[in-house]
Design a protein around this ligand. Structure first.
Ligand SMILES: *Cc1c(COP(=O)(O)O)cnc(C)c1O
Length: 660
């Protein structure tokens, strides 16, 4: 069972649903503020005072303070109409409260307002950010000496950067080929099948199918073929980054005859909608997003992935990247990443085809913490199962996690890049996303050299710590880095800290799942989706009188309206959210649900279009829900609220239109 020390610590990690730890937070906030003020007072005391005590006794001063105080009171009152993320009654989106550590870290650093765009504007917090990047890389299983990571404003930008880098790595060999010609050199390179040949012998298809690590080796080797300036100019003269797609394709047809069809990005069909934005923004085009079907557990189907790769290869369509998901936004499903990796390996060996493999672990990344023990060794599925525990009523549920789950998490170490959102399962304030690359050299392919740049001085040098060079964003909050950093200090990225926290949320989600499975919903019937891979419980309600999907959707839409803040003035007892499964993305997952609903034929599903199937969804980020003895019964309360909302929804559906 759970280690009692970790479990007791949980009560100190958050302000608490009733502000139980207010004194602690206040003490730390005050400490941070006072300490900052001491710093100011002792900074060149010979400068004297700018704001004197007598200035504070003037009318204009008083008025300014009065305005500030008054307006703040107004703001504070407004803010209470916000979302009660902290409460056990909130079971909606992936949001809970933040760790005290992250709040205090943010506040303390915010007073200094460091800008992590460049080390000279953030001598302390840039280092913290690099350290956090390394910690996250370690949690993914990457070699920390080779990897590189940093914070972003969120998962969307992190994903953008991962694909930006991936695209540049995949196209690098083409630019390198042009550059080598120009420099009058030839280099030996590795092909997808592992054989080594001169660069000049590769055709276009082979160039775009060079393994990412071989492409980076080539990039490194090229730098010794001339002066820095010569190589720089030669590479830039041929790279997509400088030329842009139109000119690039024109040159490809000139140099190789056939420019090949547009390259595609493979994504699990459960992928976050940010991928659509990203391929549009990068000029790849949303037509080039190829959705891979998911299975009934919402995991990318590895066989379908293989078949897609074979088809694309037959048509000579290059694959830029494959995006696998670790913790889908809707269901917290985890792709079988180990099997996705097997497919990539098979494609490399049998088809000579390769691509960048990215895991979108924006939601699920922190769950990797459960696989690490204090000593930095991996925990087995059995060890984790023992610490998560399984209360009596959950005996129908399978043990969590499965050995396959652990294998999928361990497989993160073999990806080329991963994105993780500290502002989701890291419980830190916004904005905090992160991207980590397995091979730090990759960041050079997006580096922009500002005019004031110093020559390379190696790791930890001013150049190395000039984050703005290697990242998409410019000015960025050093406070976010301090926030994540302090939270990682208090909650280590293993079974003692984040691992324990995530385990408790999983235990809570399972408690809710088991209770829903056994709930008497008369006259309704509750249909649960498969057990979640992490902590999002999805379900829907139906009524024996229903004959169509449309009726089922209307009932659940009505429940959602009564259990959300979507309508102004709503005061729901419990808050959930909902999603819509749509065809064809969810085709692989919907059959078992339809058959359990006992309405909705495959034809009806196919014709449902944008309406799709409305599914109710509860993200359990509340680590206190798992404990039955302590606190209010938010599981029982939730089920009652659900039943009552369903009753009201049905009455509205049945009422004649005039009464609605
Ligand atoms: C939330 C999420 C994103 C986007 O992250 P933001 O921080 O909202 O920009 C991307 N992918 C997945 C899987 C997510 O859950």
């Amino acid at each position: 069972m759970t280690d009692p020390i970790h479990h007791d610590a949980l009560k100190a990690w958050f302000l608490g649903p009733r502000g139980e730890n207010a004194e602690l937070l206040e003490r730390l906030f005050t400490e941070a503020l006072r300490d900052h003020v001491f710093w100011r007072r002792n900074y060149h005391p010979e400068d004297g005072f700018t704001i004197r005590e007598l200035d504070k006794r003037r009318e204009g001063y008083d008025r300014a303070v009065a305005t500030l105080t008054q307006e703040l009171m107004g703001l504070l009152a407004e803010l209470k109409r916000g979302v009660p993320f902290f409460s056990g009654r909130y079971k909606g989106h992936m949001a809970f409260e933040q760790t005290i550590a992250s709040q205090v870290g943010y506040f303390a650093a915010m007073l200094y307002n460091p800008n992590n765009v460049a080390i000279e504007a953030s001598p302390v917090t840039t280092r913290l950010e690099v350290e956090v990047g390394s910690q996250l890389a370690g949690m993914m299983g990457y070699d920390q000496d080779e990897a590189w990571g940093h914070l972003t404003s969120g998962g969307t930008v992190a994903n953008f950067e991962a694909l930006w880098v991936a695209r540049n790595v995949i196209y690098l060999p083409i630019a390198a080929r042009g550059a080598a010609d120009e420099l009058g050199v030839d280099l030996e390179v590795e092909r997808a099948d592992g054989s080594r040949v001169p660069l000049s012998r590769l055709n276009l298809w082979e160039l775009v199918n060079m393994p990412p690590s071989a492409a980076l080796d080539l990039w490194e080797a090229l730098w010794s073929c001339g002066s820095r300036a010569e190589v720089h100019d030669a590479l830039h003269g041929h790279s997509l980054q400088t030329l842009g797609y139109q000119e690039y394709v024109r040159r490809l047809s000139e140099a190789f005859g056939d420019p090949l069809p547009p390259s595609v990005v493979l994504v699990a069909s459960t992928a976050h909608y940010s991928w659509e934005k990203i391929v549009r923004a990068l000029g790849i085009g949303s037509n080039q997003l190829v959705f891979i079907p998911v299975d009934e557990n919402f995991r990318m189907d590895p066989d379908a992935l293989w078949e897609t790769i074979v088809e694309l290869t037959e048509q000579k369509v290059p694959i830029l990247a494959c995006i696998s998901v670790c913790g889908t936004t809707e269901e917290s499903a985890m792709d079988r990443l180990d099997r996705v990796l097997e497919v990539r390996e098979r494609a490399r060996k049998e088809l000579g085809v390769t691509f960048h493999l990215h895991s979108d672990a924006c939601y699920g990344g922190y769950a990797a913490a459960v696989t690490w023990d204090e000593a930095g060794e991996r925990r087995s599925a059995a060890q984790i199962q023992a610490s998560v525990g399984r209360p009596e009523r959950e005996s129908d549920l399978s043990a969590w996690p499965s050995p396959d789950w652990v294998r999928s998490m361990e497989a993160l170490a073999e990806t080329d890049s991963v994105t993780i959102d500290p502002h989701k399962l890291g419980y830190t304030p916004y904005p905090a996303g992160a991207v980590v690359f397995k091979d730090r050299r990759a960041r050079e392919l997006v580096a922009v050299d500002p005019p004031y740049l110093l020559p390379t001085q190696g790791l930890g040098s001013a150049e190395d710590l000039f984050l703005g060079r290697f990242v998409f964003e410019g000015s960025k909050p050093g406070a976010a880095a301090a926030s994540v950093w302090l939270s990682h200090k208090v909650l280590p990225l293993d079974e003692r800290g984040y691992g324990h926290l995530v385990e408790r949320t999983v235990a809570g989600a399972r408690r809710l799942y088991a209770a829903l499975a056994g709930a008497e919903m008369d006259p309704f019937r509750l249909v649960l989706l498969p057990e979640p891979d992490i902590n999002i419980v999805c379900f829907l309600l139906t009524h024996p009188g229903f004959r169509s999907l449309e009726e089922v959707n209307a009932l659940n839409e009505g429940i959602y309206a009564r259990m959300s803040l979507s309508e102004p003035g709503a005061q729901p007892e419990y808050i959930i959210t909902r999603t819509r499964f749509q065809t064809p993305m969810y085709d692989g997952a919907v059959d078992p649900i339809l058959s359990r609903l006992e309405v909705g034929s495959p034809e009806e599903w196919k014709a449902s279009g944008k309406e799709g199937l409305v599914v109710l969804r509860s993200t359990v980020m509340d680590p206190f829900l798992a404990d039955e003895e302590d606190g209010p019964d938010h599981v029982g309360g939730f089920i009652q609220a659900l039943q009552s909302a369903a009753g009201r929804s049905l009455r509205e559906l049945r009422a004649p239109a005039s009464e609605r």
